[in-house]
Structures are given as C-alpha cells and as structure tokens.
Design a protein around this ligand. Sequence first.
Ligand code: HSE
Length: 440
Amino acid sequence: MKAIKVGLLGIGTVGSGTFNVLRRNQDVIRGRAGRGIEIAMVADLNTERAREIVGDAAVVVSDAREVIANPEIDIVVELIGGYGIAKALVLEAIAAGKHVVTANKALLAVHGTEIFAAAHAKGVIVAFEAAVAGGIPIIKALREGLTANRIEWIAGIINGTTNFILSEMRGKGLDFGVVLKEAQRLGYAEADPTFDIEGVDAAHKATIMSAIAFGIPVQFDKAHVEGITKLQAADIKYAEQLGYRIKLLGIARRRSDLPNGGIELRVHPTLIPTQRLIANVEGAMNAVVVQGDAVGTTLYYGKGAGSEPTASAVIADLVDITRLHTADPDHRVPHLAFQPDAMNDTPILAMDDVVTAFYLRLCVADQAGVLSSITTILAENDISIDAVLQRESAEGEKQTDLIILTHDTVEGRMNKALSQMQALPTVLAPIVKLRKEELA
Ligand code: HSE
C-alpha cells in the first residue's frame, strides 16, 4: 500500500524531531502502522532552514495554505502554536477533509469544543497526544487504557520549566527570581516565560485532561490558575522540615460528595508528602498521577518537552490515524474519550468550594497568647490543625514564623479564617497560604 502523506505546518524543534524520528525508525513505524508514513510537504516561513532539515525528501513552501490545498496530503500536522493563525489553519484543514495532528495545548484548551465539533461533522480526526506532557502517552492512557474506570482525580507536574525552577530553588535554597534568570541562561525557560511561570501552560494541559477524564467540554476559562512567581525559598524550606515538597500541580478532581457533583480544576503550588513518587520528580521532567476507581493509583513519568520526546507523541498520533484512516468514523475512539452525546455538564467548581488542606506561614509577635488566638479562629471556623511548627527566635528577636498545616477544609472557610487572623494586631505581615494534597 502506498505511504500515507503528511504535511507539516512549522518545522522548528518538534517538527525537525518528527522528521528525523520518522526517517530513522521508518521500518518499525511502517511495520506498526501497516503502511509507510511520509512527510511530503513542509510549510515554514523560514524556507531555508526547512530545506536544510528535509533536503530533497519533501516539498518546502512558505504558505501553509498550499499544504492544506494539496489533495495528495492526508494528514496535516500543526506545530505553529498559539490561538491565532494556528486556529484558522486547523479549521481550514478540517474543512478540507484532512486529519489533523497538533501539539497545541493552548488552542485545544480554549477552542477545543469548536474544533472537535468541526472534526466530528467532517468525519476527520484531530489527534493531540503531544499537547499534554510531551512524550508521556497520557492522552492514550486516559482515553483508552483507563477506559473501564471512573476517574477520581488527576494530579500532574505538567510544566517542565517550573519544575526545573522549583527543583533548583529547593536544591540551592535560592529565591524564584534568581533561579529564573539561571534557567533562562541555560535555555530551560523561554525569553518570555509568562505562560510557564504563571501556571497558564499547566492549566491548558489540565483542562484537556479534565475533559477526557470526566466527559465534560474543555473549559479553560473556569480553571483556577496560579503560578510559582510568589513562592519564597523560606516556604520550600519549612515544607521540607514538615516532610513535604512543593510542586506546581495541575489538579482535576471529581467531587462525588456534593449533591449535584462538581469538578475541581486548578493549578497552584502544592505541598506533597516527600515519600510520594511524584514529589521526587525533579528537574524538567513531567509526571502525572491518575486515580481510577478500578485500577487505583497509576503514575506516568517522562520528558514533557523537547524535540524527539514530543516527536514520539506526534508520530504515535500519525500511526493511530494511519490505522484508523479507513475505519467507520462512528466507531473511532472519540476525541474526548466520550461519544459526543454522552458528554455531561457537571460544573467546574469555584475555588471557594474546593476541598484541600493548607500550609500557612504567619509572621507573628513572639508573645504570650498569640498561638491560642490563632488556633481559636481556626477552631471557630471548624478548621482542624494537622501540625504546627514555630521557628526558634534569635536572642532579643520580637517576632517569629509560625507554620500551620491543616486538615482538609473548604477553601471559602479558610479564606474567612485567614481574614480574621490577618486582622489580629499580633500578625505582622501578610499570611502565606499554600495548598497541600496527600495524593493517596
Ligand atoms: N513550556 C512547556 C514546559 C513545554 O516547560 O513544560 C511544552 O509544553
């Protein structure tokens, strides 16, 4: 059978990795897909660089629409990124009857509903394994491998840049700003790292996973997004003393305790017990824990970015599409795991309704009665304390740090208690609040 023909839109880091891996492993890939997969056309504004990568193996053009218009092309791979031109090109490729592979998490988290509906109407596939956690096959695991399960929660380190920064902050005891500069110098962080450090990239990925896990539409606008820019070295140190690591987690959790149900969708720095495997994921690596009612806890670990790890996911999608190319469209694996008429409208909860445990750091006057005034406020708000740590003050020092770990409570209740504590004259600085998850 003749090779399936692929058009690449964008041949940067991931595109060149895709080209190289497809060529290097063509025999095994053909053996698995049942036919060859050939990159026949590449569109990139930098045609000179594109030609250097592909040589004579593919036609190079500067206009992506030439690829979409070519009737020979069966699959369009979108590696441009962002919501702008990428969205228009993906929708045009779908309208032209092409299957689409994309690594674009921002596009799918924000416009996924429109894109999947267009693909469904046209009977084509939009595949996106590379959009979440790079080389880790987490989409495949959630959508197919765990299909027997009612997913209870997902918690993932799904942004390598921030995990690298947090690992360095912990390892070297440095503050965020210093480590960010070093990460940029080493090329781990982008020149404009806003989406990474503010938690937006992780929230895009968590949004996509929440839809697949719970059969809800992608709703990035409902996600709580908090990055690591305000995290201080002191809190990483105190967390360590109490047996916890701080990681930026993307969390999606189904709440069966609420009468109408609800989904928590949130990204924020989180204390995790040091003995959990995921707490020991260091550097730029990614990891996702998925809790299913039948399978229990499962963990997926690997490189979340990079040329060939991400290419590995792009090519897995190309192989999948090649296999499914001729299958009855109604019996393919649905884009978001659930058949379109089986999706549900369980709401994503407001942060005030989220249940989690907390880490609090209070800078307090070191005098009699301070601890009891604080614990009284917690008790009056029905918040139970898990542990308390007080930094030993130096000779003559009039203030100290008081660290409190709580048991699970509703975030709205904690916020009420926090504003009461903040109003005490003996609380001398803004209280640091971090969330804590046992992940067991
Ligand atoms: N910027 C992302 C990260 C990689 O740091 O993990 C691509 O998703």
